[in-house]
Design a protein around this ligand. Structure first.
Ligand code: ZN
Length: 472
């Protein structure tokens, strides 16, 4: 993608003219989970990653240029995950002219309930940038966008039992959430061909997204489609609704996974969703600090910027031009390793990745009003979340023991150092020594208490920091 320096008045006055859905506003009140429910969602399987060699990420961190065998392998790998989860999958293959000749691209689209009238779309691109020569053709694109893809796989895996439970409740007329959004489903779109082959232009970039937006715009809904009786259909003038019409909001993740990203809001239409994500981030931070006597040393907030004075060209553009409501989650400024061989596993920050997983899980649960399982076993088909909660308790116990041991060691070391210093400076007064040692012990105890909790909650929400070296 590239930064498009467009003035506010130009971009946001011009773009709506392209849209027949311009007046659609999907803003609504979203009920936030309390801390107990947040913990339950974080405890859902799959387990938090401890390194990039675990889980799906390891399978994605390879060069995945369009039309390569690796690209096919990665797409098949992701498709198999959705098939095993019971999602509907679709691959849209097409051939397009590019600066290096005709290339075949294939988007992967996975939908929990393909019969649903409306959907929330989460998306990322799975291709890595094409380079002609070695060693540049070993480019991996860990942040661009292997890591966002792995986050979307985590959302699908962790939330499928909750989606299924909600579906059962709705069918039994027992769903307690808002009726208007009860039937909204989750769709995950993994774009091929986001990267330009040469310089980024309107025709040499986002091949998969341009194809899919055109295809969906020209695929009209049959008369018996559930959309016609949905709340969206009653809110806008849309005499010939297409597949595009069924999208409530499209969220695009890109260039994520490096430490401390700065995320801006680029759309007035979805600023309410941006603010909601910022709220989720605040609640995660509260959870992390819960029970701590003092304020912890959390990293800075990610969702604070307002990028209305410019936009970043990316896979969302063809959808935006057709009136789809877009939330673009992209690190701005870009990661320092952008489009270099340095964009490999070494740039990924595990706490950051785990926080992205946590954010997107909670955002999706709250957006879709998914029922969070209570502590009663068997409420949902897969009770793995409860198992993870038990392991969380184990983690707490372990951490406390480690904390006590750390404090004891630190006390002994500090007392020894103080006695040594005082002995050397010959200001040995017994009372002074005892007073200083006791004061120091209390201070160190309090600091250790904070840091041990900090470590525990960090590891649950985002994990201990593991930086990995590049693959050979
Ligand atoms: Zn890129």
């Amino acid at each position: 993608m590239r930064i498009s320096l467009v003035f506010l008045g130009l971009s946001w006055l011009a773009l709506p003219c392209l849209s027949k859905n311009q007046e659609l506003n999907t803003e609504r009140y979203i009920d936030g989970l309390d801390h107990d429910d947040l913990r339950t969602v974080l405890d859902l399987k799959p387990d938090p990653w401890r390194s990039v060699e675990e889980g799906h990420l390891a399978r994605l961190l390879i060069p995945r240029a369009c039309e390569s065998d690796h690209s096919t392998d990665v797409r098949n790998y992701m498709k198999d995950i959705f098939v095993k989860l019971g999602w509907h999958t679709e691959e849209t293959a097409f051939t397009s002219k590019t600066p290096i000749g005709d290339v075949t691209f294939t988007n992967l689209i996975a939908t929990f309930d393909p019969e649903a009238p409306t959907k929330l779309v989460l998306s990322a691109h799975f291709d890595s940038k094409h380079y002609d020569t070695w060693p540049a053709n070993q480019f991996i694109g860990a942040t661009d966008s292997a890591a966002p893809c792995s986050t979307l796989l985590d959302v699908a895996e962790s939330l499928t039992p909750l989606l299924r439970h909600k579906q059962t409740l709705v069918q039994a007329d027992e769903y307690e959430g808002d009726e208007e959004w009860a039937h909204t489903t989750l769709q995950i779109v993994l774009f091929d061909g986001e990267e330009a082959f040469h310089d980024w232009t309107a025709t040499d970039s986002i091949y998969g997204a341009r194809h899919l937006a055109e295809r969906w715009e020209s695929t009209y809904l049959p008369d018996n489609h559930a959309y016609h009786s949905s709340y969206l259909a009653t809110r806008r003038y849309d005499p010939t609704p297409s597949i595009l019409s069924t999208i409530e909001n499209l969220v695009l993740l890109d260039l994520l996974g490096a430490v401390d990203p700065h995320i801006s809001s680029y759309s007035k239409r979805t600023h309410w969703l941006f603010k909601h994500l910022a709220d989720v981030e605040d609640r995660l931070e509260e959870l992390r600090r819960e029970g701590l006597p003092n304020k912890g040393k959390g990293k800075g907030k990610w969702f604070e910027g307002f990028g209305w004075a410019g936009a970043i060209d990316d896979d969302h553009r063809p959808f935006l031009e057709r009136g789809v409501s877009i939330l673009h989650l992209i690190a701005n400024p870009f990661p320092r390793v952008w489009h270099t061989l340095g964009d490999d596993a070494s740039v990924l920050d595990m706490p950051t990745l785990r926080k992205w997983n946590a954010l997107m899980r909670i955002f999706t649960v709250e957006y879709l009003g998914l029922p969070v399982p209570s502590s009663s076993p068997g409420e949902v088909e897969q009770s793995a979340g409860m198992g993870m909660a038990a392991r969380t308790d184990d983690l707490v116990s372990l951490s406390r023991k480690e904390g006590i041991m750390q404090r004891m060691k630190r006390k002994v070391r500090v007392r020894a150092e103080l006695v040594f210093v005082l002995f050397r400076t010959r200001i040995c007064s017994g009372y002074v020594v005892m007073g200083l040692v006791c004061t120091a012990s209390v201070v160190i105890d309090r600091d250790n208490s904070i840091s041990s909790h900090q470590y525990l909650l960090d590891s649950k929400l985002s994990g201990d920091c593991l930086i990995h070296r590049p693959r050979s």
